[in-house]
Design a protein around this ligand. Structure first.
Ligand code: SAM
Length: 304
């Protein structure tokens, strides 16, 4: 079974291999057969089509698995982009695996990846959230749950809900950097950067700008500096088993707090505890001696 990505808008984005695979298949399972006809006609593909959409995916998958068992090649496409990505197809693919049928992806257009690649936001780690719930309260709950997500967020949204989504993002994420990718590969393509309020202003600057297809991307949450209490708990545990320098290094790595601050807290905690702790050689020593050793500029008694 072949999972074939098709253009998001620009017909020239169908790969030659995708065209050949569609032409050679016994049947093409398409989300909407009428929608896919112009693309297939454009490329001279005459393979018969059957519909596979969210309302018939279970029954149609069973019929297609039957055909695959008989030796027919099946190609799966959706209206645009990559099948099974916020589109039908995942159930058929899972059924094929369950039936021991090899599944071959033919990679190509995908709005999420195209938008991310052109956004300039970090792509080292990203979280594809697809469509958030349509109801405003459920959408806000979903967005709130994503506030601390450190990966770049990728959202799909229908054009008539885009403004409401951006208003919620502006309210909840404030001036967090974001990007809007509009009508990718089409005539009115645009990729805009700015926080949600700026993206709203861009949308409203010209009538009709909110029409079309959009991907919204939001920069991941910045690392949260550890609160003083969290840092103290962390340092107390580390100081119980590590020499001061190593405890500070470990606490900086975990908390991402500035080294100076961590060092000051570590010293304060040692002083407050007033009990012998491990020095850098791993033996028990008093606090004064340890302070002297650890503080490069110290002229305290312990340093002498
Ligand atoms: N399977 C598709 C893919 O691979 O990207 C996604 C299909 S999903 C039903 C449709 C959503 O994808 C749209 O509401 C929009 O958020 C996004 N999308 C699809 N085509 C797009 C385009 N040309 N430009 C921007 N976003 C697009």
């Amino acid at each position: 079974m072949y999972v074939v990505a098709t253009p998001l808008g620009n017909l020239a984005d169908l790969s030659p291999r995708a065209r050949d695979t569609l032409a050679a298949a016994a049947v093409i399972a398409a989300e909407d057969t009428r929608h896919s006809k112009p693309l297939l006609t454009h490329y001279g593909v005459r393979t018969p089509l059957v519909a596979l959409h969210e309302h018939n995916e279970a029954a149609q998958s069973a019929r297609l698995i039957e055909r695959l068992h008989q030796g027919d090649d099946v190609a799966l496409i959706s209206d645009a982009g990559t099948p099974a990505i916020s589109d039908p197809g995942q159930r058929l693919v899972a059924a094929a695996h369950a039936a021991g049928i090899p599944v071959v992806p033919l990679p190509g257009p995908c709005a999420a990846v195209a938008a991310l690649s052109a956004s300039g936001l970090s792509s080292a780690r990203f979280a594809f959230e697809g469509f958030l719930p349509a109801k405003p309260s459920a959408r806000r709950t979903a967005l709130t749950a994503l506030l601390d997500e450190p990966r770049t967020l990728i959202l799909y949204e229908a054009p008539h809900r885009l403004t409401a989504l951006l208003e919620d993002v502006a309210q909840l994420f404030g001036d967090r950097e974001a990007a809007l990718a509009k009508e990718l590969t089409k005539l009115h393509e645009a990729v805009i950067r700015g926080h949600a309020e700026a993206l709203l202003a861009w949308l409203r600057a010209e009538p009709g700008r909110e029409r079309g297809e959009f991907v919204l991307l939001i920069e991941g949450a910045p690392p949260r500096p550890a609160a003083e209490d969290d840092l103290d708990v962390l340092l107390t545990r580390l100081l119980a088993v590590l020499p001061l320098k190593q405890a500070v290094t470990a606490a900086v790595a975990v908390s991402q707090a500035p080294r100076n601050r961590v060092y000051r807290r570590a010293l304060a905690l040692q002083q407050a505890a007033g009990s012998p702790t491990l020095d850098d050689a791993g033996s028990r020593t008093g606090n004064r001696a340890r302070q002297g050793e650890e503080s490069p500029g110290s002229t305290g008694r312990g340093a002498r």
